[in-house]
Ligand binder design. Structure first.
Ligand SMILES: [Ca+2]
Ligand SMILES: [Ca+2]
Ligand SMILES: [Ca+2]
Length: 264
């Protein structure tokens, strides 16, 4: 878009494949106000500056951008509706570095060109203190995730990110059947999963890396795309799927009786 006929409104140019471009004149008769910027030497068009115009039918704001339209750009001119031609308007430009330029008594049907050299620094207000809703209590568990170095991209060069670096899957499962969910933390390659029994007082007691007595399979954690899954006899309980892709593990109960570490 650009104001081709210099009447203060933006006209439209449309590029067409294998045809002549379309040029459309904006024929609005509504009062308007146009703003153009003269930025600092490295950014003469004031790209990134935000303009707010008040005093018109509504509060209006626009940003000076480079490109951003589909395969096209536009004349760095911003046009605002002014409502009544007698309205007095306020133009405020906030430049990329936070400086501001203000025209307190702008009038409709005019083009205002604001120069960066007249901008003034504005002291930013201190951010209000925020009270977090959650607190990190990871240290109470004393658990540390382990993941052997693994080059994901050697196997899948087009991966957007390393899937081996997402951290462990976490599952809740009441292993001892006391009605309180216990905590299982999966492991990456080379590590061991963490088992923590719910002590019913808001804490968890670690059971070490091998909480099941007797024989159990899965002692060698593997990195997979599954969530933590617990299987007891014929019954399989999928306890959680914390993320779409996470380091997970599967516990299979062997033919011999296996018991949790706390002896039940
Ligand atoms: Ca025009
Ligand atoms: Ca026009
Ligand atoms: Ca429990």
């Amino acid at each position: 878009m650009a104001d081709l006929d210099q009447d203060g409104d933006l006209d439209v140019i449309v590029n067409k494949l294998n045809e002549q471009a379309g040029v459309y004149r904006n024929q609005t008769a509504a009062p308007r106000l146009a703003v153009r910027l003269r930025g600092p030497p490295a950014n003469r068009q004031g790209i990134g500056a935000k303009v707010v115009v008040e005093g018109g039918p509504v509060r209006q704001s626009q940003e000076f951008i480079a490109g951003g339209h589909y395969l096209s750009g536009a004349d760095p001119l911003r046009v605002f509706a002014t409502g009544s031609p007698t309205n007095l308007l306020r133009i405020e430009v906030t430049w990329r570095d936070g400086r501001r330029s203000v025209v307190p008594d702008a009038r409709p049907n005019r083009l205002y060109e604001l120069d960066y050299t007249g901008a003034v620094a504005v002291e930013s207000e201190p951010a209000p203190a925020r009270t977090p809703h959650f607190a990190d209590v990871s240290d109470r568990l004393g658990h540390r995730h382990h993941e052997d170095p693994f080059d994901d991209f050697a196997r899948q060069p087009l991966l957007p990110q390393r899937l081996s670096q997402l951290g462990p899957g976490v599952a809740w499962h009441d292993f001892d059947g006391d009605g309180w969910e216990d905590l299982i933390i999966g492991s990456g390659r080379g590590g061991v999963p963490g088992f923590f029994r719910n002590d019913q007082r808001g804490g968890f007691a670690p059971c070490g890396g091998r909480p099941l007595n007797g024989r159990w399979h899965g002692t060698r954690p593997r990195c997979s795309a599954s969530a933590a899954r617990c299987s007891w006899g014929r019954q399989t309980t999928k306890t959680a799927r914390p993320t779409a892709v996470a380091s997970g593990f599967t516990i299979w109960r062997g033919k011999r009786q296996a018991k949790p570490c706390w002896g039940r």
